[in-house]
Design a protein around this ligand. Structure first.
Ligand code: SAJ
Length: 442
């Protein structure tokens, strides 16, 4: 692709663009989590010298020891990059003085009030601004509401008197990392990038093009910020829709799983989503509320988001009702029953319990007087209302009055479970191929 001449308009642009093209640019990644560390590795693999900056001494120590804590990055990939000097980590932000580019990959959680918690972005930008200098490219990757880059990050950098698009370059680029995805990893996921000015966008495009396979430049930071929110709001709302369909089918005695599988045979105009015990993870339940918070400021109610949030939030209660009714049919009250949960991670085959609906279901059951245990090969222990619970072997399911499949890990022995369990509530259709009176499906 012949590059537009926009980067030859100023000496600053030409110098930085040349450093990027020749891989002499010194790359900085702030935030070495499931987004930042894979990104740092990709640029180090592409030949750049990369400095990771994290507030965690432990993360910095483990990176410098070539000891990966991110599932998608084996230590066998990380260690050689560290040994060759291509990648190092530090907790000292003064490293910014020596850097040419910085990607900010810090968390953007929600507060309890469902308002955006911008504290990680603000604190990292405050540190960056203290050592910021002319000729830099700064790219925010943390998922956030449209306007954050221009309204929050930019002013913290222009305080230096430097001008965006002339003295330095600033962009937003949404992270699209899907932990554990065997097919799509950082290098081959199309990378959207939008800048505060056309020169910023082009500098961001040039930067990512050195290490990633596909780059998608867009016209502004707001477009880039909105792209991510549309992607994840789309998912959240469609999951909410299928959860509501599941509740309708339940009331009408229709097998929702059969309905979805048959609908999915439509070769166009349909995309299957599946009902479940609720919406977990650090993206899908969170990101849409960054959008609804911002639109509320603009006087627009994000009604779909609020409604989907409500429906998804109802699913743990719906599952507990199913369990209560199933036990009732066996003349057993929840109070005093032993209930064993299979899988507590927020989705299959991962170890992350953030926002996991399993925790809500277990808490609701405990409050009704049940004795709750769990098995999860990926999650050795959890904290439930302040109490630590250890994962127990699957064989414990045989002692329970009711077993509940909350997360359908591939590692589970499903035939063995059907054999030993007295009663099973299956919230994931993990036992779709098994017909047995002891199985109650969502
Ligand atoms: N879920 C359902 N029904 C579905 C799909 C998901 O109940 O049909 C539930 C899951 O069990 C989980 C939650 O929703 O509790 C979120 O699941 P997810 O599959 O969306 O997985 P995440 O949270 O890891 O989402 C990430 C996102 N990636 C990024 O934000 C970069 C999302 O955009 C991806 O589409 C998703 O991975 C993916 O496709 O795996």
């Amino acid at each position: 692709m012949t590059e537009p001449q926009i980067l030859s308009t100023t000496a600053t642009a030409e110098i930085l663009a040349d450093k990027i093209r020749t891989k002499r640019a010194r790359v900085g990644i702030v935030g070495l989590g499931y987004v930042g560390l894979p990104l740092a590795v990709e640029f180090a693999k592409a030949g750049f010298t990369v400095t990771g900056i994290d507030i965690s001494e432990e993360k910095a120590r483990r990176v410098n020891a070539g000891d990966s804590y991110i599932g998608d990055i084996p230590s066998s990939v990380l260690a050689p990059l560290v040994e060759s000097g291509k990648l190092r980590a530090t907790t000292d932000f003064s490293a910014v003085l020596e850097l040419d580019t910085i990607n900010i990959c810090v968390p953007t959680p929600l507060r309890k009030t469902k308002d955006p918690d911008m504290s990680f972005i603000v604190s990292s930008c405050q540190e960056i601004a203290r050592h910021f200098h002319a000729g830099m490219l700064v790219i925010l990757e943390s998922t956030t509401y449209p306007g954050t880059t221009d309204e929050v990050v930019l002013p913290m950098l222009t305080k230096s008197g430097l001008v965006a698009g002339e003295d330095f370059y600033i962009c937003f680029s949404p992270e699209r990392v899907d932990p554990g995805n065997p097919k799509y990893q950082t290098s081959n996921i199309p990378k959207v990038v939008g800048g505060c000015t056309p020169a910023c966008t082009e500098m961001g495009r040039l930067f990512y093009a050195q290490a990633l396979e596909y780059v998608v430049p867009v016209s502004s930071t707001q477009v880039a910020e909105m792209v991510k929110l549309l992607e994840n709001t789309f998912r959240m709302i469609n999951i909410g829709l299928v959860n509501e369909i599941a509740m309708m089918c339940d009331r009408m005695g229709i097998n929702v799983w059969e309905v979805i599988d048959a609908a999915a045979t439509k070769p166009f105009g349909f995309m299957p989503f599946y009902p479940g015990p609720g919406l977990g993870g650090h993206c899908i339940p969170i990101d849409p509320f960054y959008l609804s918070w911002k639109t509320k400021q603009a006087g627009i109610e994000a009604r779909f988001i609020e409604l989907a949030g409500y429906i998804n939030g109802q699913m743990p209660h719906f599952v507990v009702d199913k369990i209560q009714n199933a036990l009732n049919d066996a003349a057993k009250p929840v109070n005093g029953s032993k209930i064993h949960i299979m899988g507590v991670a927020y989705k299959r085959d991962i170890d992350d319990v953030r926002e996991s609906p399993a925790l809500d279901v277990m808490m609701l059951l405990q409050r009704k007087g049940a004795t709750v245990t769990y098995s999860d090969p990926h999650v050795p222990s959890i904290k439930l209302e302040g109490l630590e619970l250890q994962s127990t072997p699957e064989s414990a399911a045989g002692d329970a009055d009711c077993v509940v499949i909350i997360t359908d890990h591939a590692a589970f022995d499903y035939p063995g479970l059907v054999e030993r369990a007295k009663l099973i509530v299956d919230t994931r259709n993990a036992l779709k191929k098994v017909s047995s009176a002891k199985i109650v499906r969502l």
